[in-house]
Design a protein around this ligand. Structure first.
Ligand SMILES: O=C(O)C1=C[C@@H](OP(=O)(O)O)[C@@H](O)[C@H](O)C1
Ligand SMILES: C=C(OP(=O)(O)O)C(=O)O
Length: 408
């Protein structure tokens, strides 16, 4: 299904309830499967969380996680440590191109029995659960932080806990800090010093209820809409000033693009304020890779030159996000250059109309480009992709006064 979007008002006003963070939800579901005394509220309604929840309940021999990267990585570690269980973990065609070798190698160091069923280094995997009794592992840290979080999440269930040595420059670091924080909230002791993470074994954890904060990556699309609008006041719930999510950085980033954030009783209020357009916008996004598409599209819409670095992980996500951004912005008249890990956009003078944005099975392509409809009507292909992280997105846009027309 394609959608046609337009926005005819001068003001962007309204309230949106954003679902729980999928990163927090997916971590807590794994921890809850290991330690049932954990209960969770405000769980994400995203496809990626549902798929993980279903996999943890499944008794089937084959589990298909579709496009859900965190689910694939977290479940590999989970099932590898589940003595007596044997599963095949598979996913979409794209999932079968997303590397998992670093994690499999680390789990094998601990004694795991994992076999590649097609291509060496990629899903599908056959995982035969075993009691993992070694307590130290070294893992390459510059490809995906999800491998490290996967190990951290099973660590407290191993008899002696786990020491994880990180090799190389750590990427997407706030996600590792999020794992550590959530372990701590559940009563599990851990520390992260220099290049070493230590997680203690957990016995007799007290019951705990963890409330998932709403998803800052999803909030980023409303920041983009506010930046592109003339006047905006959007209230988003439920957020905390002291969040565990690295993408909370969006508030500071968009302040430079004329969007102010106020925290008020568990909500954030975004307001468009007068601002001096910078000559260019430069950012290293190694800590917040999921914000790259949002920011690139906002800068294009504002006619700003933009240089984004630290983007090496974008090539192995739902699609090659650097190439996808370049393809679609070029169709709209943008002048874009990309390297292995960076994105460069020249200041543009307008937005070419009459083109359809392809989304490459990537929710963030649809979500990011939808924001441009504040300025000009947009057509987005395969609009249902948003459900990977944000199933209610199109309805939320309608509530804010956008016209969202389906074209099957
Ligand atoms: O741990 C997580 O929840 C995530 C980590 C990041 O991946 P990488 O560490 O692969 O960059 C991020 O892009 C992804 O959306 C969610
Ligand atoms: C990269 C993402 O997710 P995952 O790696 O979990 O598929 C994302 O949601 O942007």
């Amino acid at each position: 299904m394609d959608v046609q979007l337009s926005f005819s008002s001068e003001n962007l006003l309204g309230d949106v309830q954003i679902t729980g963070s999928k990163s927090e939800s997916n971590r807590l579901l794994i921890l809850q499967a290991l330690f049932p005394q954990i209960s969770i509220s405000n769980l994400s309604n995203s496809d990626d969380t549902r798929v993980l929840e279903k996999a943890l309940r499944s008794r089937e021999g084959e589990i298909d996680v579709h496009h859900a990267g965190t689910a694939m990585r977290f479940l590999t570690a989970y099932f590898a440590s589940k003595e007596g269980r044997e599963v095949v973990l598979t996913g979409s065609d794209r999932m079968q191109e997303r590397p998992i070798k670093v994690l499999v190698h680390a789990l094998r160091q601990l004694g795991a029995d994992i076999t590649y069923l097609k291509k060496e280094g990629f899903p599908p995997l056959k995982v035969v659960g075993k009691k993992l009794s070694l307590n130290e592992v070294t893992v390459e840290a510059n490809i995906s932080s999800q491998y490290i979080s996967a190990l951290m999440l099973i660590a407290p269930s191993l008899p002696g806990g786990l020491v994880i040595n990180l090799d190389g420059k750590v990427t997407s670091e706030p996600y590792i800090q999020m794992s550590l924080k959530l372990l701590e909230i559940c009563g599990i002791k851990g520390k992260y010093e220099e290049n070493q993470i230590t997680i203690e074994a957990a016995n007799d954890l007290p019951p705990v209820e963890v409330n998932v904060e709403s998803d800052w990556s999803s909030a980023s699309y409303f920041y983009s809409m506010a930046a592109l609008s003339r006047e905006a006041k959007i209230s988003l719930s439920s957020f905390r000033e002291f969040s565990y999510q690295g993408d909370r950085a969006v508030a500071g980033i968009y302040r430079q693009l004329g969007v102010e954030t106020e925290f008020e009783e568990g909500r954030i209020i975004l307001r468009k304020v007068p601002f001096k357009k910078p000559r260019s916008f430069e950012l290293d996004l190694a800590d917040s890779p999921d914000l790259a598409q949002t920011i690139a599209v906002t800068c294009f819409g504002l006619g700003l030159r933009c240089d984004l670095t630290g983007l090496h992980t974008l090539r192995i996500k739902e699609t090659d996000r650097l190439q996808a951004l370049k393809n679609e912005l070029t169709k709209l008249g943008g002048k874009v250059e990309i390297t292995a890990d960076s994105f460069h956009l020249q200041a543009s003078e307008g937005i070419k109309s009459g083109t359809k944005i392809e989304t490459y099975n990537d929710h963030r392509m649809a979500l990011a480009f939808a924001a441009l409809s504040v300025k000009t009507p947009m057509e987005i292909a395969d609009a249902e992709v948003v459900s990977k992280s944000f199933p209610g997105f199109w309805e939320d846009l309608e509530k804010l006064g956008f016209s969202v027309k389906n074209r099957c």
